[in-house]
Design a protein around this ligand. Structure first.
Ligand SMILES: CC(C)(COP(=O)(O)OP(=O)(O)OC[C@H]1O[C@@H](n2cnc3c(N)ncnc32)[C@H](O)[C@@H]1OP(=O)(O)O)[C@@H](O)C(=O)NCCC(=O)NCCS
Length: 135
């Protein structure tokens, strides 16, 4: 159980107002969203990913995470999920994220932290993008 109540509606209003949300939309319907920013010790962090149940296992969460990765070349990108959330763990590990620690934010269901080091993107003199490489 969480130690302090979490008002999800207020949280979403706040992150939406700050532009920290990316959505996947089809015909005006939001199928999935992701919350991220650079407020984890000034590093990029994916705080929340949610896909509507009817559209899970279609690659939507992967696409949203990929879109954050594109915005952070050369950086370490972090995320976390509960020990009980096997789906999110599998998703992150499938995308190349590695476990880097655990914190008992929710007693009895610790938060596992994940990190991925993203390839740098360097522009050539000709304005073309040369191949990327991992640091
Ligand atoms: C976790 C969640 C975001 C995954 O979204 P998704 O769009 O279904 O994920 P993807 O389709 O991109 O899955 C990519 C890969 O992740 C892994 N994965 C995703 N869901 C999984 C599940 N339920 N069980 C096991 N592996 C899973 C698989 O390897 C999958 O590839 P595959 O479908 O080819 O086997 C979604 O289940 C969800 O919204 N859950 C509720 C909210 C939540 O717990 N969010 C995470 C906390 S921040």
């Amino acid at each position: 159980m969480r130690t302090a109540p979490w008002d999800k509606t207020r949280y979403l209003e706040r992150v939406l107002a700050r532009g920290d949300v990316i959505v996947a939309e089809l015909d005006g319907e939001i199928l999935a969203y992701l919350v991220w920013n650079r407020e984890f010790f000034s590093l990029p962090f994916i705080w929340l990913v949610t896909v509507v149940p009817e559209h899970r296992r279609e690659g939507l969460a992967s696409a949203l995470i990929a879109s954050v990765e594109e915005r952070c070349p050369g950086s370490r990108l972090y995320s976390s999920t509960n020990v009980s959330n096997v789906a999110m763990q599998q998703l992150l590990e499938r995308r190349g994220y590695r476990r880097c620690g655990e914190v008992d934010v929710d007693p009895g269901d610790a938060e596992i932290f994940y990190r991925k080091t993203l390839a740098a993107r360097i522009m050539g003199d000709d304005g073309l993008e040369p191949p990327t490489f991992a640091l």
